[in-house]
Design a protein around this ligand. Structure first.
Ligand code: HEM
Length: 452
């Protein structure tokens, strides 16, 4: 066997000089999906930059678990350091492990039940404010709601509408810039004093200003809160040293960003599917109505929302926010039968994996019942909306509960009706709807101004 046998092949369609830039710009999601037809691992190029796309379920799994020490988080996360260079999602090695151990307790499954009441109280005013018949921009609205939940449950901060929009715009700008930079072949452009680069820097500092206020409020009232910010303020490392302020700031900012956009797009897609599947909507009502008729949603009522949870699972499958996640080989790596030289930029896509007909029959069909326990389940490693291994999402249990509660609360009060127009998935930092406006319609039994 020659060494070249192990070099991943170049995907078809590469043009001189620009490589695969055209399909990547035209429709990234379709392009990344199409690459699955070309083998377990393929290479794509954009200008001088080459990226290796891992398609195989098994090889993705190995890369994220048994071989995870051979990779860093790679290009996209490098650019996301705009949120703060030491924050958990972008930290590497020992600092990552230390920080993860420190914060993990706040995200343990048992801990999540304690957040349910705060989640409910946070969501309630948003959905009580909707006006029947007036279309809402689903992505923005769900972002505000999800951001409000993270802020109230994890930071004990009640976001007001104005700063909430500032945070949203800042996170959007930083995300957009990070993605552009990750896909851009020339990194020197990032340092030019262009309007776009200035905007990204300003967005980063606007975000940090809002978060700094939350931290200052906690510092001024020690012992008043029992949340993630307090945990970070009182935490010490193995030498007994407290975390420096700028690291706490980075961590809180990153959590806000990681926890808002992802859950928000999942919810937007879920309501989009309900809007065009009245039968699923009816089944949701049949489940939610008797549970919420007993009183407001509480932790012990959540397990009764099994169909609601299946709707969330199916949305996480079909519209997985993680359409592009990166890694970089630290040294020469052997992945399956392929060799990846040190420095190789790697991509994996939960979105593409979850739409593979070899793994999911009739993959484009939105079918929550494929998650019924009696139905055959996808093979190991084929459902990874939150990633896997040591870098797996720390907020997965939080997100499941949050999405289930928000779906139930909205459905108990409103029907969200579609508006005319085509809705396409767009691959930005997450997989978001191109444009999605829906019209709230008060359900017959719902009382104005009251949402459970
Ligand atoms: C539906 C919602 C969500 C989805 C689909 C999602 C997805 C992901 C994925 C795929 C990763 C791993 C990236 C990688 O392997 O490189 C990740 C990491 C992370 N997520 Fe989430 N996430 C969601 C919600 C949340 C929430 C609500 C929080 C916290 C409030 C959160 C906090 C984090 C953190 C801190 C990491 C970095 C973990 C580490 O590197 O150790 N996420 N998320």
């Amino acid at each position: 066997m020659t060494t070249s046998r192990y070099v991943p092949p170049i995907a078809p369609g590469k043009l001189p000089l620009i490589g695969h830039a055209v399909p990547l710009i035209k429709d990234r999601l379709a392009f990344i999906q199409s690459l699955r037809a070309h083998g377990p691992i393929v290479r794509i190029t954009v200008g001088p930059k080459s990226m290796t796309v891992v398609n195989s379920t098994e090889l993705i799994h190995r890369m994220l678990t048994s071989q995870s020490d051979e990779f860093t988080k790679g290009l996209l996360f490098e650019k996301l350091k705009l949120f703060g260079k030491d924050a958990l999602p972008v930290a590497e090695g020992k600092p990552h492990l230390r920080r993860r151990r420190m914060m993990q307790p706040a995200f343990h499954r048992e801990q999540i039940a304690g957040y349910v009441n705060t989640m409910r109280e946070s969501v309630q005013p948003y959905i009580a404010d909707w006006e029947g018949g007036t279309p809402i921009d689903m992505k923005t609205e769900m972002q505000l709601i999800a951001q409000g939940v993270v802020m109230s449950a994890l930071f004990s901060a009640a976001p007001r509408r104005e700063p909430a929009h500032t945070i949203l715009n800042s996170v959007d700008t930083v995300f957009r810039t990070a993605l552009q930079r990750a896909l851009l072949p020339i990194s020197a452009l990032e340092r030019l004093p262009t309007r776009r680069n200035r905007k990204a820097r300003d967005a980063g500092s606007a975000l940090r200003t809002v978060v700094a206020e939350i931290i200052a409020e906690h510092r001024a009232n020690p012992g008043a809160y029992d949340d993630v910010v307090s945990l970070l303020l009182t935490a010490t490392d193995e030498t007994g040293a407290a975390l420096p302020d700028d690291e706490i700031l980075s961590e809180v900012t990153a959590l806000l960003a990681a926890g808002s956009e992802t859950t928000a797009v999942v919810l937007a897609w879920l309501f989009h599917e309900l809007g065009r599947n009245p039968d699923l909507e009816r089944r949701l009502h049949e489940e939610v109505d008797p549970v919420l008729a007993e009183g407001p949603i509480t932790a012990d009522r959540v397990p009764r929302l099994a169909f609601t949870r299946r709707l969330v699972s199916e949305t996480l499958r079909l519209y997985s926010p993680a359409w592009l996640v990166t890694r970089q080989a630290i040294s020469d790596v052997r992945l399956g039968e392929f060799s990846l030289p040190a420095g190789t930029d790697v991509i994996w896509s939960a979105y593409a994996l979850h739409r593979d007909p070899d793994l999911y029959p009739d993959p484009l069909r939105f079918d929550p019942d494929r998650w019924l326990p009696e139905r055959p389940q996808p093979p190991k490693g084929a459902f990874i909306p939150f990633g896997s291994g040591k870098r797996m999402c720390m907020g997965d249990a939080f997100a499941w509960t949050e999405a289930t509660i928000i779906t139930a609360m909205v459905a108990s009060r409103w029907r969200l009706r579609p508006t005319p127009g085509t809705v396409r998935p767009v691959g930005a930092i997450t997989t978001h709807p191109s444009s999605l406006h829906m019209v709230p319609e008060l359900r017959h039994h719902a009382v104005a101004g009251k949402a459970r």
